[in-house]
Design a protein around this ligand. Structure first.
Ligand code: ZN
Length: 195
């Protein structure tokens, strides 16, 4: 958990039990934030709700937060919970493109060097290290996804009149509607109502 998130959590718990929170730079905050550093940010709200159910302020807040986090994990063992990897952002690797000597592009999935399970015959490099080898990797969370990335980097040619449509969900919907005739039905309905 980031320091900011942890401090917010501490403050709101102190407030819940009617106590004024220690200052951000105090020793008690430092001890708690260090202890809960491994708790993910995205469960902070759940942990807060759990601890707010208590009748009184736990005397050892760090321990209580860890306890709540352990309980959360037990209760949510089947939830789609994925601790985010700072290198691949949880995607466990990267779409990678290598230009071959004959001009064609070889596309492959490069496993994340930080969080993938190592297997024989695979290379585990960061996008930066791949770049040094002449391989282009799509950054995690690229807006528009793989297709857009391939268009943007000229790996795949977008159909001439559709290139820009994908940037905008509304135009994409219109395009799909036109293709499927979905909006024609609407148009007819509107025309019927107008007459
Ligand atoms: Zn990773």
């Amino acid at each position: 958990m980031t320091h900011d998130m942890a401090y917010n959590l501490i403050c709101s718990l102190y407030a819940t039990f009617g106590r004024s929170a220690p200052s951000r730079s105090s020793a008690v905050v430092a001890v708690i934030t260090e202890r809960i550093a491994s708790v993910p940010d995205n469960v902070a709200a759940d942990i807060r709700r759990k601890l707010e159910e208590l009748d009184s302020m736990p005397s050892n807040l760090g321990k209580a937060i860890i306890g709540a986090w352990e309980t959360w994990q037990m209760e949510n063992s089947r939830a789609v919970y994925r601790e985010t990897c700072p290198v691949c952002d949880g995607g466990k690797g990267f779409e990678a493109y290598e230009k071959l000597e004959d001009g064609t592009v070889h596309h492959f999935f490069a496993p994340c060097p930080n969080c993938s399970i190592r297997r024989k015959g695979f290379r585990y490099l960061t996008p930066k290290q791949w770049k040094a080898q002449g391989v282009l990797c799509m950054p995690p969370g690229y807006p528009g996804g793989k297709l857009q990335f391939e268009y943007d980097y000229g790996i795949t040619e977008p159909p001439a009149d559709e290139a820009r449509s994908f940037r905008n969900l509304r135009t994409l919907k219109l395009l799909m509607n036109r293709r499927t005739g979905y909006d024609r039905g609407y148009a007819m309905e509107d025309a019927g109502r107008a007459s």
